[in-house]
Design a protein around this ligand. Structure first.
Ligand code: HEM
Length: 243
């Protein structure tokens, strides 16, 4: 019996790995706090409790936004497999990878990729887009909760007069001009709905992403999951997209 040796190929740089696991932690916490907020009436959580939950959600949200922003910058500065060219499901290279996958499928030979496979590129693009949209809508909501980045501007908008800006607090009508407050709540409504719908989409895509990673790890045995810790995948033969 011949035994082929596995070779380790470097793929994910440190920024990609740190971003991945910090995002996992942030999304898990944001989901817990978010679900508690969504169900706060049913759970009979007091206004003070809601303020604590929202504040915690927003602080974790800032960590999430900073990590995501750095990852998006890294798509221009980082190593080969961290860049847009290796992520977006477009372009000549993507087309060639897609065709190779289809041809391989026809003859029963699975084409292996060091970076993202053509399907994984679609998933990662969708996840990055949704995460970015969630970060943007979240920052609008944190502002309407009178926290940074634009909490002070929102307070100025809805204040009865400049002297009452300091009095404005969540779940209190003190210092607020009712008409301006109503206007602000209507303005924020689409962002709130979008934040909720993006959350539902993420709750569908994330389990699919995890299931796909487990399936590939088990069937291809190329250490796809541990690669997010070690930065390396294992292959018997040179993968399609390796140098
Ligand atoms: C993947 C990331 C995120 C997830 C999964 C998430 C999830 C949620 C969920 C489920 C809710 C409850 C929605 C509702 O009550 O209908 C919520 C509310 C909220 N989120 Fe997020 N969120 C994320 C990111 C962020 C970020 C980055 C920020 C800001 C820094 C943020 C700020 C807020 C605020 C202020 C609320 C309360 C909205 C309100 O006043 O009703 N979120 N989030």
């Amino acid at each position: 019996m011949t035994q082929q040796t596995l070779r380790a190929y470097p793929v994910w740089d440190r920024t990609v790995r740190v971003f991945h696991w910090v995002s996992v932690l942030c999304i898990a916490l944001l989901t817990v706090f978010g679900v508690l907020l969504m169900t706060s009436d049913a759970l009979d959580i007091s206004n003070d409790g809601k303020v604590i939950l929202k504040t915690l959600h927003v602080y974790v949200g800032y960590v999430f936004v900073i990590t995501l922003a750095w990852r998006l910058v890294w798509t221009f500065l980082g190593s080969r497999f961290s860049r847009w060219r290796a992520i977006l499901p477009i372009g000549k290279v993507y087309k060639a990878q897609f065709q190779a996958t289809i041809e391989g499928h026809k003859i029963g030979r699975r084409v292996r990729f060091l970076g993202h496979s053509p399907l994984a590129r679609m998933m990662v693009t969708a996840l990055l887009l949704l995460m970015t949209a969630q970060a943007v809508t979240g920052l609008v909501l944190s502002s309407t909760f009178y926290m940074p980045p634009f909490g002070n501007q929102i307070k100025t908008w809805i204040a009865e007069d400049p002297a009452s800006i300091e009095l404005i607090k969540p779940y209190s009508k003190e210092g607020i001009n009712e008409a301006a407050y109503k206007e602000m709540r209507e303005w924020r409504q689409p962002y709130r709905s979008a934040h909720e719908w993006i959350f539902y989409l993420l709750m569908i895509l994330i389990p699919v992403h995890i299931a796909a990673a487990i399936y590939i790890d088990v069937t291809q045995r190329n250490a796809v999951i541990s690669a997010m810790f070690t930065g390396e995948k294992l292959f018997e033969e040179k993968p399609f997209d390796a140098d």
